[in-house]
Write a protein that binds this ligand. Structure first.
Ligand SMILES: Nc1ncnc2c1ncn2[C@@H]1O[C@H](COP(=O)(O)OP(=O)(O)OP(=O)(O)O)[C@@H](O)[C@H]1O
Ligand SMILES: [Mg+2]
Length: 591
């Protein structure tokens, strides 16, 4: 049972999420666990006394107190049981909170590449789902402790009368346990194997009912296609599950028959011993109760154990997930980024392949970005423009070659400090379902309550006029996920995203397609300000619009992973190469 190796780390997580509650729960469980033995011992005394009384002997001294004691024990067991329920619920909530936060923290440190790896992504998804609703796991852990103690105490009682009796009982229950564990394992492997299909199913489910897909779904009439795919995939899963459940049913029935046989066999032996007078009626009651109690407790113990093992198997993903370490990270004692930057960035013979692919997206690329430069990067779709931004921001490290900042490899700098110097708005920037103010504040979250700064950033990016039209202004929740949310147009979202870049007081500004959705007038205004705002800083602009591109001081034309041409608009037009060709092509469509 390799899966059980995951129990200790998980126990540790449980312990970390609430020591006081864990201890309180344990103490209660130990007390409850010993009560059944106490009850049986008292019952034995009562019955022996009653039998003696029937045979015309006087009632033993304090007889009625025994009856009161029995009631007291039962009452205490009931009350403490509520207490453990309370502790379990508390602990489960704390565990969920503790784990969810740890998952978020860990996930944020991981490489971007990890997220693009479907196997890893499965793991993350499973870990995320499993973090919630762990009440049953916590309860199972508590039950194991309690049932183990009860079983041992009752078994000790049985052992006191006859060691052999105990041996027979144990032998009959063990096969049931092994069977249970075996099937728990099969169940997990099956669930594990089904994960990719389940991911496809989830995707179809989301696709079939999401805001993003609704438009195309209706107009292209995709619903029947989606539901037939869904049916096809889910039927495979259903058949596999049924087959396993059937096997489990057959084996489980046989094994439970065996343990019942063991229990009644020993019970018959005890009855026989009583009939021939070797045991008293009190002993009979005690033993019958202890055997019944021990065997049900052993069975329950095994099934709690299996359910932990079951959980532990699922928890493998959680443990595995925490074991994944990022490769893009700061070195120990990494140096801080230069402030201000002197000589700027330099790509030196940089080559890059995405992990798991073979195509060289960048091939021995060389270029510089110096303070005060405004560079425009152009190139056809898929030439690697966005990839260059990902390398510059260390979302990935180059496969070969080096990226230098003031002559020092980027990998030598502290990752967080480096990020602080760069403001990037990606082509596929996020549209947060948060308030307008928060949508801008994400650019520099420290400023989330600094309204004047947020407004000033919004003015620079023309987002202020967008916000002014919203019913609740900066407090307006954007997007349609939450009630009362207002959606924006593509260009309006882009202005909000641009404001994020301006909010960040960074030395480098990188805008990937910043004006793609802007109307002509907005684009013109944005760029008039852009020139002022980036005075003395480094700016990298990526655009397919030559109206934007020609405002840059230098233009780089990216082709086949290298810089094919470099120069100002006028230089490049004069040299009549790729740039002028592309420019003429776009210009021609306007004439
Ligand atoms: N995460 C990824 N994993 C694997 N390959 C990728 C990934 N992202 C991009 N690529 C590949 O890398 C190449 C360059 O992509 P990139 O996004 O840098 O292009 P681009 O120049 O920004 O294009 P566009 O003008 O369309 O924005 C593409 O051919 C693409 O297939
Ligand atoms: Mg791109």
């Amino acid at each position: 049972m390799k899966s059980l190796c995951n129990v200790p780390p998980v126990l540790r997580m449980v312990w970390d999420s609430g020591r006081g509650v864990v201890l309180a729960g344990l103490v209660l469980r130990v007390i409850i666990a010993l009560i059944p033995l106490g009850l049986l011992a008292v019952t034995r005394l009562i019955i022996n006394a009653v039998v003696a009384h029937e045979q015309h002997q006087p009632l033993i001294h304090g007889f009625w107190w025994l009856v009161v004691l029995e009631f007291g024990l039962a009452a205490v067991a009931g009350l403490l049981g509520r207490g453990t329920d309370y502790c379990d619920t508390l602990l489960a909530d704390r565990f969920t909170l503790h784990i969810s936060i740890r998952i978020m923290e860990h996930a944020s440190r991981l490489d971007l590449a990890s997220y693009e790896d479907p196997i890893f992504y499965d793991k993350l998804e499973r870990a995320r789902v499993q973090a919630t609703d762990r009440l049953s796991m916590i309860q199972a852990m508590g039950r194991v402790v309690q049932q183990a103690i009860t079983t041992f105490s009752l078994a000790a009682g049985v052992f006191f009368y006859s060691p052999l009796l105990l041996g027979v009982l144990v032998l009959c229950v063990v096969p049931a346990f092994l069977g249970e564990s075996h099937f728990a394992f099969l169940g997990y492997s099956l669930a594990h194997r089904q994960t990719p299909v389940k991911r496809q199913l989830d995707y179809l489910r989301v696709l079939g009912a999401s805001k993003e897909s609704a438009k195309e779904l209706k107009l292209f009439g995709l619903a029947p296609f989606l539901s037939s795919e869904f049916t096809r995939l889910s039927q495979g899963i259903y058949h596999e599950n049924v087959a396993l459940a059937l096997r489990r049913l057959r084996a489980g029935a046989l094994l439970s028959l065996l343990s019942t046989l063991g229990y009644y066999g020993t019970y018959a032996w005890v009855v026989y011993e009583t009939v021939i007078g070797r045991l008293s009626v009190g002993d009979l009651t005690f033993l019958a109760g202890a055997i019944a109690g021990a065997s049900t407790n052993i069975q329950m113990l095994f099934s709690s154990f299996t359910s932990i093992a079951d959980q532990a198997l699922f928890l493998t993903d959680l443990v595995d997930f925490f074991a994944v370490e990022p490769t893009v990270r700061s070195k120990p004692n990494a140096q801080l980024a230069p402030k201000p930057v002197h000589t700027g960035f330099e790509f030196r013979n940089v080559s890059f392949k995405y992990p798991g692919t073979s195509r060289l997206v960048l091939d021995h690329l060389n270029f510089s970005l110096r303070p005060g430069w405004r560079i425009a990067l152009i190139g056809e779709n898929g030439q690697g423009k966005t990839t260059i931004v990902k390398l510059l921001t260390r979302l990935y490290d180059p496969t070969e070659g080096r990226i230098l900042l003031d002559g020092v490899d980027l990998r030598e700098y502290d990752l967080e400090d480096l990020s602080r110097q760069i403001a990037v708005i990606f082509q596929d920037f996020m549209r947060y379902d948060l308030t307008a103010a928060e949508n801008i504040a994400v650019g520099e979250i420290l400023n989330k309550d600094n309204r004047p700064r947020i407004e000033s950033a919004a003015r620079k990016s023309l987002a202020h006029n967008v916000v002014a039209r919203l019913p609740a202004g900066y407090e307006q929740v954007l997007g349609r996920r939450f009630e009362g949310g207002v959606d924006l147009s593509g260009g309006e979202w882009q202005k909000m995203a641009l404001a994020r870049a301006y909010l960040r007081d960074a030395q480098v500004l990188v805008l990937d397609e910043p004006t793609a959705s802007l109307d002509a007038r907005s684009e013109h205004e944005v760029f008039e300000r852009f020139a002022e705002l980036t005075e003395g800083k480094m700016a990298l602009l990526i655009s397919h619009r030559f109206s934007t591109v020609r405002m840059a001081d230098r233009i780089l034309v990216l082709e086949n992973g290298r810089i094919a041409e470099e120069g100002s608009h006028d230089d490049l037009m004069a040299s009549a190469g790729r740039y002028s060709e592309m420019f003429e092509l776009q210009a021609a469509s306007y004439r």
